[in-house]
Design a protein around this ligand. Structure first.
Ligand code: ADP
Ligand code: ADP
Length: 220
């Protein structure tokens, strides 16, 4: 599902990723832990094609069989919208749109028919226990509900892989526990691959594999 070889990243003279190699199978839930500043977010952004590694010629990045290093900006934007889902610490829902509309947006960008997008979004929101919240705007939802809407949005195009950066970092422990269980339910139901950067030990340890990053390298 993901094959990354020799991923390097420099900011000026500072090397924040030092030749990272990573191989992730379809349906795996991977957690990435490590001290602040280790390079976890940078790695996730590069794997998710939101950022690019330094010196692409020396590295390889395959996502779902696609050599994303070699795509044009335009093709990459399309690939990202259609095949990758993102969940961030802060949900980044659009405040003026309802839950249902927020979930539909990536499907509209993909070109999915409105009725099909709404059907899919409604089904996902129901699976996430939010059938009674379709017409609510983000500020009318609890933190846990907002984050579940963000999860539905990440899933609406049936992405091959979901990248999550501190997805429960802003939630109380009960909402966090519910969100963590959800990732595994989704993997079991839809076969999704998850790559999750987290400081939450429980979530990190629930993963199929826990990777530790220290000073720009995966140490185990
Ligand atoms: P982590 O997610 O493990 O906390 P990050 O990937 O956020 O680590 O950051 C790794 C290192 O890269 C840190 O030293 C950080 O200060 C530096 N860094 C991150 N983004 C930038 C940037 N845009 N410009 C310069 N340095 C950056
Ligand atoms: P969750 O476990 O999903 O985070 P909570 O226990 O925090 O849910 O909230 C329960 C209910 O309280 C929610 O369904 C929501 O309607 C309401 N609620 C909680 N926080 C807020 C808020 N900040 N604004 C509006 N309603 C809220």
């Amino acid at each position: 599902m993901i094959k990354a070889t020799n991923i390097n990243k420099f900011y000026g003279n500072l090397q924040v990723l030092k030749g990272v190699d990573l191989h992730i199978e379809k349906g795996e839930v991977i957690s990435i832990v490590g001290p602040s500043g280790a390079g976890k977010t940078t790695l996730l952004q590069i794997l998710g094609t939101l950022d690019v590694q330094s010196d692409k010629s020396e590295s390889e990045l395959l996502i779902n069989g696609e050599a994303v290093n070699k795509l044009s900006e335009r093709a990459l934007a399309k690939f990202r919208n259609n095949h990758i889902g993102f969940i961030f610490q802060f949900h980044q829902l659009l405040p003026e749109f309802t839950a249902l509309e927020n979930v539909c947006i990536p499907a509209f960008i993909k070109g999915t028919k409105k009725s099909d997008a709404e059907e899919k979004a409604t089904e996902l929101l129901a699976f996430l226990g939010l059938s009674h919240r379709l017409q609510h705007k983000p500020n009318e939802l609890s933190g846990g509900e907002q984050q579940r809407v963000a999860v539905a949005r990440a899933l609406v195009n049936d992405p091959a892989v979901i990248f999550a950066d501190e997805p429960s970092g802003n939630l109380d422990s009960e909402s966090a526990d519910n969100l963590h269980k959800l990732f595994f339910d989704l993997r079991d139901k839809f076969g999704q691959t998850f790559v999750i950067v987290t400081h939450n030990e429980e979530l990190a340890n629930m993963a199929d594999r826990k990777l530790t990053m220290v000073d720009g390298s995966i140490t185990k």
